[in-house]
Design a protein around this ligand. Structure first.
Ligand SMILES: [Zn+2]
Length: 250
């Protein structure tokens, strides 16, 4: 009997699940990407013109995060990022020749010039800025129509340390200087391929000045008077909850 593999079948950022949000089990194809070495978990692209199997549906992974455990989320995140990487590296970025999938490692290899393209993650800092014992800075994105207030975040630039990125983003987006910058945790965030690196920092000086292209409002909120915050499962939500718990217990 053929052994079936648990399959992460994605159409871009949407995952194929049954009506109970369970993954399908499939016979492995040569074109599948193994997610575990034993082939028991694979990832596969569902093309736009392929039919959705009966009893199944495509759900955006953003919506699934809230009901998943963090290990489920990490595995799905790995699957979607590897598929995206494979889809975007069909040609050699050095000489333009069509690439081939490496037999043993995650690499797209150019048969003409031997250039290897590996999956890359984009480091992205996210900072929870506190003032005193019971206030947190939350900012509303100018790109988002909702009323949700999140944390200051942005990509790390070439040649910059993580702490410099934290200071630069806070100064650019809200005009504040920070002190006591400390690492908290990290989370892969597959939209499309970021590694969110979380920091806590304390307010040092400055008045809030918004970078209007990015931020439509930012304020220090008291812990017991928070506005709408990012959804459960997001690193921002965890950071805010962790901060409130630690300050309340202390
Ligand atoms: Zn090449």
């Amino acid at each position: 009997m053929t052994q079936l593999s648990l399959a992460y079948i994605f159409q871009h950022q949407k995952l194929l699940v049954d009506e109970n949000f369970q993954l399908p089990k499939v016979e492995k194809l040569a074109s599948d990407l193994p997610i575990h070495q034993n082939d028991q978990v694979i990832a596969r692209d569902l093309l736009e013109d392929e039919a959705i199997p009966e009893g199944y549906q495509l759900i955006p992974i953003r919506e699934l995060i809230q009901s998943w455990s963090s290990s489920d989320f990490l595995q799905a995140s790995r699957a979607v990022q590897l598929l995206e990487w494979r889809r975007n590296h069909k040609f050699c970025s050095h000489c333009g020749h069509a690439t081939e999938v490496h037999a043993k490692e995650y690499a797209m290899v150019c048969p003409a010039c031997a250039y290897h393209q590996y999956p890359r993650v984009q480091p992205c800092i996210i900072t929870i800025i506190t003032k005193g014992d019971n206030e947190v800075l939350l900012a509303k994105s100018a790109h988002n129509k909702s009323n949700m207030y999140g944390l200051i975040a942005g990509f790390v630039e070439v040649g910059e340390t993580l702490e410099e990125a934290v200071q630069r983003e806070a100064f650019e987006e809200v005009g504040l200087k920070l002190k006591n910058i400390r690492y908290m945790s990290s989370q892969p965030w597959p939209f499309p391929s970021n590694l969110m690196i979380a920091f806590h920092a304390e307010y040092e000086s400055g008045d809030i000045q918004l970078q209007l292209e990015e931020i439509s409002d930012a304020q220090f909120f008291k812990f017991d008077q928070l506005p709408e915050i990012p959804f459960k499962g997001s690193i921002a939500h965890n950071m805010i909850m962790q901060m409130i718990d630690s300050k309340t217990v202390a």
